[in-house]
Design a protein around this ligand. Structure first.
Ligand code: GLA
Length: 663
């Protein structure tokens, strides 16, 4: 049995469908829904995500009749169900009974109702009620033949990543006791001799609420860790109920990689049976297909390479960005295939039928307001038909060769206040380095700093401000045994408790890089510095003192004029590169290519090639984001057209091909 067959035993094909909210429609529409789902090849619908108030209209009074009928209709139609626990939107009665369960913001405001996600993750009442409704659903539907997957909650932490109420403060103190054991360990870790912040009792510790500037960064960082863990506990509570009462049905919750900064998805992914992700394009960006690829690669990476589910994306425009640019014809299809290329075993959407009312009525859907006489509907039907030919891809693994180190904790720490420059931004560097790999058609895995690096010929560290000593040793061992490592500036500066590594920057990496950074030299907004080989950079420069590293490129002007900007250090069998300034685009390419990141396949920029490999066959997914036709050198059978291909795979402008490669 392949992996996906194990993760979704009752589906076994590429999942196609999306969020289905029948509670917003009269019952006669449900029949039309199932008919249209069949027409579109839908095989998986996520049901009940926000239906708590309809399932439990009053405390302890349940109405499952409508859901029974919906599941029955879907099952008759051959459509599997991803059944949700509705805990992202507790009913109004719950907050009337438990006003203390409302979340409190950093500024001390209690959030009101009328939306969703308005609960405190540490609230005992919320946790109990969530476990209760999950148990009701699990008992009732454990053996329902339609239920292929449990969808716990919806997007933990999205609207509201941390709560600052008193219950949260208590939970934080418990979390700290567990982490540090004693107050003196906590005082040491947090450096509370600074500004006389020493704590003499656990009860003196508060969440980092609105305060004068300069709140202890170690406290802030721990609060972010705690908040991610509190939501994760909420998930675990529901998951355990489902595992106990409905064994055998896998459990997921939809992540928002990488758009939700606040959940540590390395930790989260270890707790779900199958990873699923929601992804929405940054609609105004012309290169948003590259950001999509990064999200998909990161999702697969947190899933440790196992198949994952694309739980939500959109057929067209969303409704929540400043300008909700519509997808152009062909774009939805390219987006879906790009996720599948990078390891998704589904292409699901928010949502099946566009809502007529509520906050999301201007969001695109599989069935738009205009119904079946629309282009979007025709494209939805076409995509469903195409995906139904690709079941053999299910469970295959993506072949990758470049590693990028990714760490949520480092991201959080980097972007606390009072850093040497406001322009030090985690996603800025991640996207810049990722983009170069994407344009070179090299498939990227993201790796935890303490993860297994052995399979990668090259590792990139675009930004890793916070680095533990064991991560540093992991990287050093990688280089010694023959790896090529490229490190960007302001990495390896502090340890996991936000304390500067001793002995000069970058303390965790000094020996490995063969240099130290004597002084950070942030640049003024808009200023640029020139480097040898006609490169220009901005934002950041450094005064380096080499101790074994050789200079590769020097600064020609700016605050470090004449001094090394890019260096190389041979260590054991490998090489560690250092880039001390902010290079972008082709300027960054010059360095990365010299370090070994060479382009594959010789194709024009904008043509995306990814390989998925199974036990008996491998597949090439080719996506042409350009407006010119291209040819890809490949042989095998093209699965969308059925055409055999001998040496040359034609890939028309804007089109997609999936080739089962000749062995
Ligand atoms: C998120 C949510 C959905 C919906 C979409 C809209 O991903 O999970 O419920 O709000 O966004 O884009």
């Amino acid at each position: 049995m392949n992996n996906a067959a194990r993760t979704l035993p009752r589906l076994g094909k590429i999942g196609y469908g999306g969020d289905y909210n029948p509670e917003q429609w009269p019952e006669q529409v449900w029949h039309e829904d199932v008919r249209l789902m069949r027409e579109a090849g839908v095989n998986l619908a996520s049901v009940g995500i926000f239906a708590w108030a309809m399932l439990e209209p009053a405390p302890g009074e349940y109405d499952f009749g409508w859901l029974d009928r919906v599941l029955g209709l879907l099952h008759e139609g051959g459509i599997a169900v991803d059944l949700a626990t509705p805990t992202a939107a507790p009913p109004a009665w719950f907050f009337r009974r438990h006003p203390e369960a409302r979340p409190v913001t950093h500024e001390g405001h209690v959030l009101g109702g009328g939306a969703r996600h308005a609960f405190c993750p540490s609230s005992p009442a919320y946790r109990e009620a969530a476990a209760g409704i999950a148990a009701q659903l699990a008992r009732r539907y454990a053996d329902h033949p339609a239920v292929a997957l449990w969808h716990v909650h919806n997007e933990y932490g999205w609207s509201n990543h941390a709560c600052y109420c008193d219950a949260s403060a208590d939970a934080f103190r418990r979390w700290l006791r567990q982490r540090y054991g004693t107050l003196s360990a906590l005082n040491n870790a947090w450096g509370t001799t600074f500004w006389g912040q020493r704590y003499g009792d656990w009860a003196e510790i508060d969440p980092p609420r609105l305060a004068p500037p300069g709140v202890n960064p170690a406290l802030q960082l721990d609060y972010l860790r705690f908040s991610s863990d509190e939501y994760l506990d909420c998930f675990r509570i529901e998951r355990d109920v489902l595992h106990r009462l409905a064994p055998g049905v896998p459990v997921t919750t939809n992540f928002m990689v990488p758009n939700c900064k606040w959940m540590d998805y390395w930790k989260w992914a270890a707790e779900v049976d199958v990873v699923s992700n929601d992804h929405y394009l940054q609609a105004e960006r012309l290169d948003n297909h590259i950001e999509l690829a990064m999200a998909a690669d990161l999702t697969r990476s947190v899933a440790r390479g196992r198949p994952w589910l694309l739980m939500e994306h959109s057929t067209g425009a969303v409704n929540w960005q400043p300008r909700n640019i519509a997808k152009v014809p062909g774009e939805m299809r390219r987006n879906s295939f790009a996720h599948i290329a990078r390891g998704a075993d589904s292409a699901l959407f928010f949502q099946w039928r566009a809502s007529r009312f509520g906050a999301e009525k201007f969001h695109s859907a599989m069935v738009p307001h205009g119904g079946t006489s629309t282009r979007i509907w025709r494209d939805v039907v076409r995509l469903g038909a195409e995906l139904s030919n690709l079941d053999e891809l299910v469970g295959t693994r993506v072949a990758s060769d470049i590693g990028i180190v990714w760490d949520w904790e480092s991201w959080w720490a980097l972007e606390l206040e009072w850093r040497p420059s406001f322009d030090l931004r985690y996603l800025d560097r991640m996207s810049a380095y990722y983009e170069r790999a994407w344009r070179a058609n090299r498939t990227v895995d993201f790796v935890h700093p303490e993860g297994d690096l052995s399979g990668y010929q090259m590792m990139l560290i675009p930004s890793l401000y916070l680095m533990s000593s064991s991560a540093a040793e992991n990287l050093a061992a990688y280089v010694r045994s023959g790896g090529t490592l490229v490190v960007s500036y302001f990495s390896g500066i502090v340890d996991e408790i936000e304390t500067v590594h001793p002995g000069g920057h970058p303390g965790a990496l000094r020996d490995l890089l063969g240099l130290s950074v004597e002084e950070f030299l942030p640049l003024r907004a808009g200023d640029r510095v020139r480097l040898e080989r006609n490169l220009t950079a901005d934002v950041w420069a450094e005064r380096l003192v080499l101790a074994g590293a050789e200079p590769v490129l020097r600064y020609l002007d700016g605050p470090a004029a004449g001094e090394p900007a890019v260096t190389r250090h041979r260590v054991g069998q490998g090489t560690a590169w250092y880039v001390s300034t902010r290079l972008n685009g082709r300027d960054l390419d010059v360095v990365l290519q010299e370090a070994g990141l060479t382009a594959r396949d010789g194709l024009p920029d904008g043509v995306e090639l990814v390989r998925r490999v199974g036990d008996s066959a491998s597949y090439l997914i080719a996506i042409n984001h350009t407006d010119g036709d291209v040819e890809v050198a490949a042989s095998g059978k093209e699965l969308l057209t059925g055409a055999p291909c001998h040496g040359v795979l034609p890939l028309p402008a804007g089109d997609v091909r999936v080739l089962r490669a000749a062995s």
